[in-house]
Design a protein around this ligand. Structure first.
Ligand code: SAH
Length: 372
């Protein structure tokens, strides 16, 4: 579906500064610059992170005369919804966002019986060029700012909260956001500083952040080894997912082009470092592609390499390949998938097939293209 374009050709640029971009010091300075007493900074943080309010006009503890100034200086409206579509009986919802400069990107909210997960973007587009991923085909438009990343989280939290208090909570379902995965558009570790600042605010308790448990936050990467080590050293306790997709360099060089820079061994060494430093089990993502990476012998090799590199500190998520426009590749037939999983497990590595959401609205892994 194409929407009429109501905007001029977009100017790609730097998003305006937003309250959520600021760390403690910058926040204090910004509040002082406006001539406000320091306690206002804490109030604003409480409104934004605690009450999920981003419009100063609704911040009732802020004197009415101050609201316009605060709005102009610190709370520009960063994102507008272009459209939202649902599937899986409205349990999955994909939102297409437009930033101030016209850049578009997507996020996906998925409700499960015991948890609610939002899959967020860290970049508009992606520069990693993996041939089986729709995002990779479009190239990179730009990095998202910290606040643009956090706004996706806040919006998902608001949807869930409003359902709950509107009496629309689906029975036996939690009414708050519990999990965040950086598995939308982009390579999070290629936008390291902004993603790191966003992660810190996602896991900090209110009023400093959204207070989501670190272990429920997953940063997924193609395997930028130095950045994985750096993230480990931050000791945030978030879950690392490594998109491996092949156990051997010959094939991975073609499926994940960055393998030509950091190969399977180097990516696994970095993952091991992450597991050692954080004590957290690393997830390995493996999109299973018919006749490309689904051979039983590759299952053996994958299990062997992972067991050797990570021992018990690893779990493999097999993702049946989701179709992308113009790709001739296809998911593996179920018997091949079962055999593959069996081979990995036989090597002592835990392995499950991931339940795929949002295929028919192009919201599943690798399908986000943000077509306006
Ligand atoms: N760039 C990061 C974050 C994106 S996460 C990364 O690659 O990890 C998206 C996940 O979906 C990655 O594991 C990616 O490899 C996988 N994926 C991409 N295209 C897919 C497709 N067509 N079918 C299934 N999974 C896919």
């Amino acid at each position: 579906m194409k929407l009429p374009l109501v905007f001029e050709a977009p100017q790609r640029g730097k998003p305006p500064r937003h309250f959520a971009d600021l760390d403690d010091d910058a926040r204090r300075a910004a509040v002082a610059e406006l001539g406000l007493p320091a306690f206002r900074g804490k109030q604003l943080a409480n409104q934004y992170f605690g009450r999920l309010i981003a419009d100063p006009q609704s911040m009732t503890d802020l004197p009415a005369a101050m609201r316009d100034t605060v709005a102009d200086a610190l709370f520009p409206q960063l994102l507008n919804v272009v459209r939202s579509i649902e599937c899986d009986d409205a349990e999955t919802r994909k939102t297409l966002w437009r930033a101030v400069d016209g850049t578009t990107f997507e996020s996906v909210l998925m409700r499960y019986p015991q948890r609610n997960t939002v899959c967020i973007s860290s970049q508009a587009g992606c520069g990693m060029a993996c041939p089986f991923c729709a995002t990779g085909q479009g190239g990179l438009t730009r990095n998202l700012s910290t606040a643009e990343i956090l706004e996706q989280v806040r919006a998902a939290s608001v949807v869930l909260r409003d359902e709950q208090f509107g009496g629309m909570a689906r029975s036996a379902r939690v009414g708050r956001l519990s999990n965040i995965v950086f598995m939308g558009m982009g390579e999070p570790l290629a936008n390291y500083n902004r993603v790191l600042a966003a992660v810190k605010r996602i896991i900090a308790p209110p009023p400093q952040g959204f207070g989501i448990s670190a272990r429920s936050v997953t940063v997924s990467t193609v395997g930028l080894a130095p950045a994985i080590r750096k993230l480990a050293d931050e000791r945030l306790g978030v879950t690392l997912a490594l998109s491996l997709h092949a156990p051997d360099d010959e094939l991975r060089d073609t499926l994940v082009p960055v393998n030509n820079r950091w190969n399977v061994g180097e990516a696994l060494d970095a993952a091991r470092y992450y597991a050692d430093v954080t004590g957290r089990r690393v997830s390995i993502e493996y999109a299973l592609i018919r006749d490309i990476n689904d051979q039983a012998w590759r299952g053996d090799l994958l299990g062997k390499k992972l067991h050797g590199a990570l021992g018990p500190l690893v779990h493999v998520n097999v993702i049946p390949l989701n179709p992308t426009p113009g790709s001739k590749w296809d998911a593996s037939p179920k018997p091949a998938e079962r055999e593959f999983v069996k081979r990995v497990r036989e090597r002592g590595v835990s392995c499950t097939v991931r339940d795929t959401r949002g295929r028919e609205i192009a919201a599943a892994c690798g399908q986000l293209a943000a077509e306006g």
